[in-house]
Design a protein around this ligand. Structure first.
Ligand code: ZN
Ligand code: ZN
Length: 300
């Protein structure tokens, strides 16, 4: 087998969904070209924008940060340390090492400093699973950091296809209406983009391996057995018997969206939180300020 592009016999990667054999150098080029294609196709950002990649310490977000930096974008990382022992600290160390090794700036904030509590403490004081606060808190601090910039998350093709399948199977029309790799800056939220939408996790792992990027392997210890993993397994077994199915499914949806009329998300009246100014649909205080008040009352 020879590399599709340079014809060398040093093939290191075979991408089944495209029937493509590649040498290392051409794989790295191909990977960055897929990212550039998504950025340009969906008008995510250009060289004049300030871009923030939300990093978790995992391969996808670190590959995104490294790739965007080497492609010449004006990019920095952002990591919110949730204070989960044996997980956040490990991720944090990897991220600091990454930042030093490649001279790519990463900003670190800790929930403990911002809120006065780590995520497990929030769960304990509120007597509810920590997971139920994780998304709200991460979105809040990420958005505050990225306001006026463009936010990048490391969602890959299978993440997006899994969300699409779940929304499809349950006919969540308003979720389908909002599912797109770029969401504009509106109501005080940062513009959100997913430039890894046309690459897979296997490709981000190889991209990290070839570039000697070290990352954390494990997912969050607090979220075991999420139903999305089940859908992902189903999708992957379909992809296995029909290579290329997932990318066609996803790309087909993005282009079909122009032609099907989905109910637009109900026009919610967005106001600014009276205390912190964060956009909220509830009157008065935003969800995070209400969490802060409850924490203060409960720990008295
Ligand atoms: Zn080659
Ligand atoms: Zn607030």
């Amino acid at each position: 087998m020879r590399c599709k592009f340079c014809k060398s016999r040093d093939v290191e990667v075979f991408l089944r969904q495209y029937g493509l054999a590649l040498c290392r150098i051409d794989f790295l080029r191909f990977f960055e070209k897929r990212i550039r294609y998504a950025i340009d196709k969906f008008k995510m950002f250009d060289e004049s924008d300030s871009v923030v990649v939300a990093v978790s310490g995992g391969k996808d977000s670190l590959a995104a940060l490294y790739a965007l930096s080497s492609m010449g974008y004006n990019v920095e990382g952002y990591f919110l340390d949730l204070g989960i022992e044996g997980s956040s600290d490990v991720a944090r160390d990897k991220i600091i090492a990454f930042s030093k090794k490649f001279s790519i700036p990463v900003n670190i904030e800790t929930l403990e400093e911002k809120l006065g509590y780590s995520l497990p403490e929030v769960g304990r004081v509120m007597r509810r699973p920590s997971c139920s606060f994780c998304g709200i808190l991460k979105r809040y601090y990420m958005n505050n950091w990225a306001r006026g910039k463009v936010l990048v998350t490391g969602h890959t093709m299978y993440d997006e296809a899994t969300t699409l399948l779940a929304n499809n199977l349950q006919w969540k029309l308003s979720y389908l209406a909002r599912q797109y790799p770029v969401l504009p800056a509106e109501d005080g939220f940062a513009k959100k983009t997913k430039p890894l939408v046309f690459v897979t996790e296997r490709e981000t792992a190889m991209y990290c391996f070839f570039n000697e990027i070290e990352y954390v392997e494990s997912s969050c210890p607090l979220s075991k057995g999420a139903t999305s993993r089940k859908w992902k397994r189903h999708l992957l077994s379909m992809e296995h018997s029909t290579p290329g199915l997932i990318i066609r499914y996803l790309k087909g949806f993005y282009s079909a969206k122009k032609h099907i009329s989905l109910p637009s998300v109900e026009e919610e009246c967005v106001e600014n939180c009276e205390r912190c100014g964060y956009p909220t649909t509830a009157a008065g205080l935003c969800a995070v300020c209400r969490i802060k008040d409850r924490l203060t009352n409960l720990s008295k």
